[in-house]
Structure formats: C-alpha cells, structure tokens
Write a protein that binds this ligand. Structure first.
Ligand code: EPS
Length: 407
C-alpha cells in the first residue's frame, strides 16, 4: 500500500526517497519533516559528521500548495559533506583533478561486523568504499524523512509514535520497568540520550565515555511506542500479513540492529502463561485502556499485538543495536590485496548511535503502521480514509456496547 525506496551514498551529493501510496489531501510541508530529521542528528557519542550536516528534506514531487496529490512523493536531503568528497565520489571514470576533496586511498581492510567483506565479495568491489558508502547508517536520514510523512498521515487518525532508550552497554532500565507513552513522549526534542531515568542516563553517558576512551564502541536498546492505534491492523490469516512480523522485519532492517522484541519480548520465554498474557476485562462505564471500546487490559505484555493483529493497546517494539563496527582501536582483519593479517580500516564514525537509532525506529514503525492503516481502510483521498476509519470504529462501538444500554 505504502511503498518507499531510498537512494544515495553517505558522501554522495544527496539522499533521496520516493514514497508511493500516500492518499491525496494530506497537508504536508517541509517543516513537518524537519523536527524528526533534527532529532536523528542528535545523540551523545556521535562523531564529527553531525556537526557538518544540517539535515533538511526538500519536497521535489507529490505535493502542491501544501497538500499531497496522491502521486509519488520525492524527498531529497543534501549531504553538506559532499563538498569535501567530490573527487572521491566522482561518477566520472577519470575524476577531474580540479574537483575539491582529499585524494583517498582505496579501503581494503574490511571492518569485522560491517558489510565491507560480505558485500565486497558479493558485488566484487575492490575498493570497499563502494560498499560502505551505501551500507552506512547515513541512509537512515532518508528513512526518517519518509517516516515523518507517515507520521503526518497517522496523526490525522489520532495515532502518535514515540521512543526512548532502554539501555546503553551495561547501563539499563530495570527489565520490568514499563515506560508509558506519556513518559516517553515527554522527552525533550533536544535530549541527546532519550532515556526517561536521569540516574540510568548518567550511567549511559559514562558507558559511552568509557568506550570512547578505550577506542571502542557500545550498543544498546530502545523501545518504540505507538498509541491510539485502532484494533484490527494486520491479520492472523497469512504469515506475511501478520503485523508483528512486518514490524520486526522493518526494525531489523535498520543498520546494526541484531534483535527485535514485541511487548515483553524475550521475557515471555521464561515466564508462565499467567504472567505473560493480558487479561480482558469489561470497562463498565469507565474509560477503556486502549482504542477497543468498552475493554480494559490491565497489562500490555503483548505489546498491542495478538495473533499478528493490533488489539487497541499501545504497540510496543524494542530493538537491540550492536556496537558500531568502526573501532578506533581496530580489531584484527586482513588486507585483501595481500591476504596478510592487518588491523581493520578506520573510518570517521560514532562511538554510540543508539539515541539516533531510536528516532529511526520511530520512522520505521510509522511507515509500517501507515501501510497497515491504508491496507485496512484504503482510500485515494484522506477524506475517504477518514470516513472508512470512522465507520469501522462505529461498528466496534455497536458490537461492544453492553446489552442493557443498547435498548
Ligand atoms: C551517519 C551515520 C554514521 C556516520 C556517518 C553519518 O554512518 P556509518 O554507519 O557509516 O558509521 O558515521 O558519517 C560518516 C560516514 C562520516 O563521514 O563521518 C548519519 O547518521 O548521518
């Protein structure tokens, strides 16, 4: 329903994304995309590149006079650093020697953990820069711009998405600490750690400082929370329609993510059923806990998904990120032209990018939820989409209203 493709190299002229399937009539401006792009650039432990870039997406198609047209939306983010890389990244077979930028030697010593070796062999590239330029997490700027469009669409339906950092290295929130949507969304936009607990935040900062001092890197985890999600997105009937599977794939596709959990995630393997499943209670005259009318769920260990279908509670997805694979004190590797043991290459990089990855995680969840919303409610225009969603909620209300008051 909602498709998108990104293009662009980390040090090329720009990152581009084409988004297809956004209905007509969604109000959209470049300013709607700016806050998420700015948040992605932050993060304690990031490298010098972020001081160079000021990510801003230009809308090149699909929007006219402040509204989407239903046609493909093209967004472009210029790489400011390109100026310094024009010679290295030239598309010409014989780069013009007057082009600005350093003359860089080919990258031949693959970094363990990076795509350098695996993709370098697959695509038979002898300068591993041909691989790392695209494997780089710089690409996530384009995803975040696309995610901001999806977020704008979801907002029209009352769905909001936020995130928070749950661990960095050994510093972690207690595993049973449930962070509410309100708590996570209260994190200030300019917070460079995105952790809801100040004490744990201090330990996180120390973990990043330690890693940096040792020429090492550090990973961690973050949770994305979506609230206001209607019940019934995704489907139990076919494996590739299950929304938990679609979310997991999207999160796992983010650079450096090695594990994904929904709700209580890996904890469910060690607890009895009575401590895992979320009881279903009548709300009586009271407010429901989620968007399912008349229903209270005292807990949400399922992370808002049962049978691959949203159940009206907050959708909660956690992702675990490995430490970045460029180490200032490099691991052992080989030099491919000679096959001699040699320290891995060093590229300018980050010590930790978990806070930035949490913003990327939000973008991916927005894109998957927007796709699921369009699948469920369809519509060439926002008005059609809105009408279908309202009709569906009215059906649920009729079905879940207690019998006595029906009369
Ligand atoms: C970047 C993410 C990281 C940065 C990159 C910009 O990418 P990578 O996955 O390659 O480590 O290091 O910046 C550079 C490559 C650089 O020149 O410093 C991002 O999120 O924009």
């Amino acid at each position: 329903m909602l498709r998108f493709l990104t293009a662009g190299e980390s040090h090329g002229p720009a990152l581009t994304v084409v988004i297809d399937g956004v209905p007509a009539g969604l109000p959209l401006a470049a300013d709607d995309l700016a806050p998420d792009l700015a948040r992605r650039q932050l993060g304690y432990g990031r490298g010098r590149r972020m001081a160079i870039e000021k990510d801003r997406a230009e809308i090149l198609s699909g929007v006219r006079r402040g509204q989407t047209l239903g046609s493909p939306i093209t967004l472009q983010i210029r790489n400011r650093d390109w100026t310094n890389w024009q010679h290295t990244m030239s598309v010409e077979a014989e780069p013009d020697d007057s082009l600005p930028g350093a003359r860089r030697a080919p990258v031949t010593r693959p970094r363990p953990g990076h795509a350098d070796l695996s993709a370098g062999l697959k695509y038979d590239r002898h300068d591993l820069r041909d691989i790392l330029e695209r494997a780089s997490a710089r690409e996530t700027a384009a995803r975040v711009a696309a995610g901001a469009v999806a977020r704008r669409l979801l907002r029209e339906l009352g769905i909001e998405v936020t995130s928070h950092v749950t661990s960095i290295g050994p510093a972690a929130l207690p595993p049973d600490r449930v962070v509410s949507f309100a708590e996570a969304s209260a994190i200030p936009a300019d917070d460079d750690l995105r952790c809801v607990d100040a004490e744990v935040g201090k330990a996180m900062r120390a973990a990043i400082d330690d890693a940096k001092a040792q020429g090492d890197t550090v990973g961690g985890s973050f949770e994305v929370i979506a609230t206001g999600v209607p019940p019934g997105l995704g489907s139990h009937v076919q494996w590739d329609r299950k929304l938990d599977g679609r979310l997991a794939q999207a999160m796992m596709s983010i650079q450096a993510i090695k594990a994904v959990g929904i709700g209580a995630g890996p904890l469910v393997g060690s607890l009895p059923g009575s401590a895992v499943h979320d009881e279903i209670l009548p709300a009586g005259g009271g407010a429901p806990t989620g968007t399912t009318p008349g229903v209270i769920r005292p807990t949400n260990r399922a992370g808002g998904l049962e049978g691959g279908v949203t159940n009206g509670e907050d959708v909660r997805v956690t992702a675990w990120m490995k430490p970045i694979s460029t180490l200032m004190k490099p691991l052992r590797s080989i030099d491919l032209p000679t096959m001699a043991e040699s320290p891995a290459a060093i590229e300018r990089s980050d010590t930790c990018a978990v806070p930035a990855a949490s913003v990327v995680g939000e973008a991916m969840v927005c894109l998957i939820l927007a796709d699921a919303v369009l699948e469920k409610f369809g519509g060439d225009t926002m008005a059609d989409l809105d009408a279908a969603a309202r009709q569906y909620i009215a059906r649920l209300q009729r079905r879940l209203t207690p019998a006595p008051s029906r009369a």
